[in-house]
Design a protein around this ligand. Structure first.
Ligand code: PGA
Length: 253
């Protein structure tokens, strides 16, 4: 059975006590799945909870990391957190380019490319989020949009063993979203795989491709049944540890 990849970004949903409780439950609930190599699990708590995560997850196979990272490692970036600072806390992964970062903070592919490189330089995995808007979909330009993001965000990146791609259509994320139809998500993943093969040749097949956006207990199995979907990025349905565990167990059956 192929290993399934899961991740959750808790955004600003949990304070320190809630993060401690959540990660403790997740650690206990998923230990057997992780030990048997059935799943890979990454959690991105808020920056303020990273030290808590490093304590709670010490010795566990769950990877934790940042929801974002600074484009630079120079000192004069007030308010930012560098890749080295994340690494110092034991982070193993960084989420880069979530559609909320693109939409609310105006992050563009060029700066996301710098973030990918900063992350890799510190030996961490870069979880690059790529996205399409409802308008892209309506105009039929979603594939072009995704290909452009892959080309620009991965420009000059050769170390692809530590790259994961999380495809999250902006129209599918959050309370107002509806999850992508599994066949549609599957087609977008195939298209991204084709693009990555053009960029990296056969090596591209090692890159983990994940889907995110309104994933829940009902639609998770159908999405994972798509051949090019290696895993799921889950928000709200994963913020309850017992429910997240349920989704992962169901997927492993
Ligand atoms: P959602 O969030 O599962 O709550 O739609 C996904 C995300 O923002 O990563």
């Amino acid at each position: 059975m192929k290993k399934l990849y899961f991740c959750t970004n808790t955004k600003m949903s949990k304070n320190l006590a809630q993060t401690r409780e959540y990660l403790t439950a997740l650690r206990e609930g998923t230990a057997d799945l992780l030990e048997q190599g059935l799943i890979d699990l990454a959690v991105m708590p808020s920056f303020t909870a990273l030290e808590t995560a490093s304590r709670v997850l010490a010795g566990s196979l769950i990877t934790f990391g940042g929801q974002d990272v600074c484009v630079s490692d120079e000192v004069e970036y007030t308010g930012e957190v560098s890749a080295a600072m994340l690494r110092e806390l034991g982070a193993g992964i960084v989420m880069i380019g979530h559609s909320e970062r693109r939409r609310i903070f105006g992050e563009d592919n060029r700066s996301l490319n710098r973030k990918v490189k900063m992350t890799l330089a510190q030996g961490m995995t870069a979880l690059l989020s790529v996205s399409e808007t409802a308008q892209d979909k309506a105009f039929g330009v979603s594939e072009e949009r995704l290909h452009l993001q892959l080309h620009e965000c991965l420009d000059g990146v050769t170390d692809i063993g530590r790259i994961r791609i999380l495809y999250e259509p902006a129209w599918a994320i959050g309370a107002a979203g509806v999850s992508a139809d599994p066949e549609y998500a599957g087609r977008m993943h195939e298209s991204m795989r084709r693009c990555l093969r053009q960029m990296y040749g056969e090596k591209a097949d090692e890159i983990v491709l994940m889907y995110g956006g309104s994933v829940n207990n009902e639609n998770a199995p159908g999405l994972l049944a798509q051949p090019q979907i290696d895993g799921l990025g889950i928000g709200r349905s994963a913020w309850n540890a017992a429910n997240f565990e349920k989704i992962m167990r169901m997927a492993c059956q």
